[in-house]
Design a protein around this ligand. Structure first.
Ligand SMILES: Cc1cc2nc3c(=O)[nH]c(=O)nc-3n(C[C@H](O)[C@H](O)[C@H](O)COP(=O)(O)OP(=O)(O)OC[C@H]3O[C@@H](n4cnc5c(N)ncnc54)[C@H](O)[C@@H]3O)c2cc1C
Length: 289
């Protein structure tokens, strides 16, 4: 059965929301004043885009939580849904119920991985699904409640979701699930979610990459043998390669962190506390609020 992924909606003016959130951190103006400038055109849309694009290159990620997307997802397997609902922060799911929805014969479609057909077992798979359908429907017909009849349904059973997710979490989901090591069905679904966002808000859709992407962590941290097999491995480096380069460049000692190293970090913190004067920043101003 076909996978159906649609971007149902997204919170209005996502780039303005990001501009306002970031700007609030860096300006003496109030958010109300910043939003007046957006509304009356004193801040041009191109300037908003350019400012947000620069911010997206940094690790200042919390404003991204203020951008929200809604997706309708249909025709995915329960095998996928078990994985999807493990994401628990910044995402909200509503999923078709197997208690309230009874699968009728013409609707008890199921998802079949193509490997079953490729290995010549497609007919066995179809037969088994047919038998499960028969037993499920016999149970319903005999008065077994749907919440009990569903115990025989397989991971291949299709399911539907409406999902609300913020952009921070969507980036994280893409990090993990666009990775070649993720399971094919969820990888395909997240790729379609990415395409939808890319169509609606290209500035944000383009940020959705697997974690090795140039806009994300930048390198692969999966086992190096897996990196060797990954098609994207041809264009993205592995962590071990980068560390090796660092070692060979003599750029650092590469020793495990010792107590003395950690104390040097602690001391820097104490210095800050000991010198509260000096205004709002300067060349060595700490990163962060
Ligand atoms: C390739 C792959 C293989 C997997 N294999 C298995 C497996 O064999 N068995 C299994 O059980 N699961 C497996 N999983 C699922 C995985 O363990 C996670 O449950 C799933 O990816 C959800 O991601 P998350 O934990 O980052 O949650 P999210 O909700 O997506 O997390 C969002 C962010 O919040 C952080 N966060 C969430 N909750 C907390 C918290 N309580 N405290 C602090 N920080 C928090 C996360 O670390 C993350 O940075 C696999 C996932 C992948 C991608």
């Amino acid at each position: 059965m076909p996978l159906d992924v649609r971007l149902l909606d997204y919170a209005r003016d996502p780039l303005a929301k990001l501009y306002g959130a970031y700007r609030t951190c860096y300006t003496p103006k109030t958010p109300g004043e910043v939003w007046e400038e957006i509304a009356d055109g004193r801040i041009a849309p191109d300037d908003i885009r350019a400012f947000v694009a620069e911010r997206l290159k940094t690790g200042h990620a919390s404003p991204l939580e203020q951008v929200v997307f809604w997706f309708g997802i249909g025709g995915v397997s329960r095998s996928l849904s078990h994985q999807f609902v493990r994401h628990r922060i910044g995402i909200s799911f509503e999923q078709q119920s197997q208690r309230y929805v009874r699968y009728r014969e013409e609707r008890l479609d199921y998802v079949m991985p193509r490997t079953w057909r490729e290995r010549g077992l497609g007919d066995d798979y179809d037969r088994l699904m047919g038998e499960i359908t028969r037993v499920y429907q016999a149970a319903l017909a005999a008065g077994v409640p749907a919440e009990d009849a569903r115990f025989v349904l397989p991971n291949a059973t299709p399911t539907n979701f409406q999902v609300m997710v913020n952009f921070t979490e969507l980036l994280h989901i893409a990090d993990l699930r666009l990775c070649w090591r993720a399971q094919w069905e969820i990888r395909h679904m997240v790729a379609l979610m990415r395409r939808e966002v890319l169509r609606a808000v290209p500035e944000l859709g383009g940020q959705l990459q697997p974690k090795c992407g140039d806009r994300r962590m930048g390198y692969c941290d999966e086992p190096i043998q897996e990196w060797g097999r990954c098609p994207i491995g041809k264009v993205r480096p592995h962590k071990e390669q980068l560390l090796d380069l660092f070692r060979r460049q003599g750029a650092g000692g590469m020793a495990p962190l010792g107590e003395a190293d950690l104390r040097s970090v602690e001391d820097a913190g104490n210095e800050e506390e000991a010198a509260p004067s000096g205004g709002a920043g300067g060349p060595s101003a700490p990163v962060g609020p």
